[in-house]
Structure formats: C-alpha cells, structure tokens
Design a protein around this ligand. Structure first.
Ligand SMILES: Nc1ncnc2c1ncn2[C@@H]1O[C@H](COP(=O)(O)OP(=O)(O)OP(=O)(O)O)[C@@H](O)[C@H]1O
Ligand SMILES: [Mg+2]
Length: 280
C-alpha cells in the first residue's frame, strides 16, 4: 500500500491544517524547537478538537516527548505557538494530566497518597473528603494496587509504578490527557486491560487526549487520528484519520481493515526509523 491511499483519508502529507473547526482545543501552529545547535522539531502544525484522541508515532529520539513537553508547559517552542483553547501555553496546569515516560510518581509518597495527590490539591477541595477517598480507592482497585497502598514507589516493579502513575492521572480527572508511552513497561495482558480501561474512561468522561507510543497497533486501537512523525527534526509525514467509531472492542484487532491499516502504518513508521538510525 502506497502513500495516501484510501486508508489515509484526510491525510495531507507534511503540510496543511485540517479544516477550521470551532471546537479546537489544542493547536500546534508552525512550532519549531532547537536545543542549542540541535534542531528537534521543525515547523509542526496540527490541531486536536474537543474529544479527539491523537497519537504520535515515530522513531526514538525524533522529538515526540519534546512536543508533549511544550503542550504540558514544561518548555517553550523556539518559534511558533502551542495554543490551548486559543491561549498560548505558558506553564503547567491542573487541566492537563501528564503521564510521563519515566512514570512520574512521587518517591516520597506512598501508593495511596500518590493517587490522592491531585485530588488533595486546593483546586479539587470542592470534592468532599469522602468522595476523594472513594475515587482514590476506585483507581487503586482498578490498577490492582490495593495490597500495596502503604508501599513506597521504590519497592514497586516498573509495571506497578506505571499503573500507579496512570491511577494518579486518572483520579485527578483532568480534561486533557497527555500520555508519553504510558503502557511501555506493562506485560501484554495488563496493557490490553489498560486499553479497555482507557476506552471506558473516555466513553464515560469526555476528554481530549494526546498519546505517544511506539506501538502502531495501540495507536490505531485507541485513537481517532494518528500522526506519523519523521526522523529528527520532527515533522509530520502522514496524518491518518482512523475510520473506526467508538466504542471499540478487541474484536476490531482481528478485522481485515484494522490489519491493513496496521501494515500500512508500520511501513511508514519503519521508513522513519531507518532514517533516524542513519542520523546516529
Ligand atoms: N532538555 C534538553 N536539552 C537538550 N537536548 C534535549 C533535551 N530534551 C531533549 N533533547 C534532545 O532532543 C531530541 C528529541 O528528544 P525527545 O525526548 O523529544 O525524543 P523522543 O521522540 O521522545 O524519543 P523516545 O521515543 O526515545 O522517547 C533528542 O536528540 C534529545 O537528545
Ligand atoms: Mg520520548
């Protein structure tokens, strides 16, 4: 399958924003980023509308985390704008729940207190203490961490720390989910459970999401749109609107259309991996 076939409906190659919509929540507008002499992101533009789930796939070191960090408010672009609800991002905020590539749990808090952290912030104080505890218990249970409520993160496995980071982010119920390889340290079964849970959360609560993943299958299964990112400096080489509606279930993974899309996307991503490899 070549280039922008029928699968890549709405693909616009490296250029162009999608048609103007009134419900745009996130906008990358000609964003570039340099770290010293290293050009990491080059002139990236894309939008995420209310309720959309967008994934970035691309080779290691190409600049994906850098893009998410700009939206999270941890770094500013060298040029261009990252807009959140029309306003340039000027710093982190509780509207954005960030799941970091390196787990992002607080080592000085127990499992239970990590999950309750966002809920205990002043901004969530309008939620009663009983309710905050109930939400904490719910995510502790969903992430199967109940037996470890008083444990310290250093005594958890990598997969458990990752589930803890997910629990903390979901419990705080932010409008925007920014997820940087949130399932990378999980075994295949747990990862699949986490996909189902995320689908359920997204069905129940309307959220807008940006996911970074190395798994093409995960990207397609979870997203409404997938952006293929080039070797460094990051550019968007393909935009693919995922033609499957929601809710979705695992039977989708075996459908012919899913498999064809997965092969197409894998091929595109492999090209970029080869180019990034040549940079080293
Ligand atoms: N704070 C920084 N200072 C200098 N260079 C940086 C900084 N952060 C990232 N870089 C460089 O920017 C490039 C892109 O890094 P980034 O973490 O965004 O890649 P990535 O696409 O997320 O990779 P991976 O898939 O391995 O997580 C790398 O060459 C990295 O060394
Ligand atoms: Mg990264």
């Amino acid at each position: 399958m070549n280039g922008e076939g029928s699968l890549a409906s709405g693909a616009s190659g490296a250029g162009g924003l999608h048609a103007e919509r009134s419900d745009i929540k996130v906008r990358f507008n000609n964003v570039s980023m340099h770290y010293g002499d290293v050009e990491v992101v080059r002139d990236v533009s894309f939008d995420i509308a209310e309720g959309e789930f967008v994934s970035l796939v691309g080779p290691s070191g190409c600049g994906k985390t850098t893009m998410m960090n700009m939206l999270a408010g941890f770094v500013r672009p060298t040029s261009g704008d990252v807009l959140l609800e029309g306003v340039p991002v000027s710093g982190p905020g509780p509207d954005r729940g960030v799941m970091f590539q390196e787990y992002g749990v607080f080592p000085w808090l127990t499992v239970e207190k990590n999950i309750r952290f966002g809920l205990d912030l002043a901004i969530k104080r309008h939620v009663s203490r009983t309710e905050r505890q109930a939400i904490t218990e719910k995510y502790m249970r969903l992430m199967r961490l109940g037996d470890f409520r008083d444990a310290w993160p250093k005594n958890l496995s990598g997969g458990m720390r990752q589930r803890l980071a997910l629990a903390r982010a979901y419990a705080a119920n932010p409008h925007f989910l920014l997820m940087d390889e949130p399932f990378g340290a999980l075994d295949a079964q747990t990862r699949s459970d986490m996909h189902e849970l995320l689908h359920q959360i997204l069905q129940a609560e309307r959220k807008t999401a940006l996911l970074i993943t190395h798994s093409v299958e995960e990207a397609i299964y979870l997203s409404s749109r997938v952006l293929v990112i080039s070797a460094r400096p990051s550019r968007i080489v393909e935009r693919i609107d995922i033609p499957f509606g929601f809710p979705r279930d695992k039977s989708l993974l075996d459908s012919g259309e899913f498999i064809a899309l997965r092969s197409h996307l894998r091929e595109q991503v492999m090209k970029q991996y080869a180019e990034q490899q040549a940079l080293r």
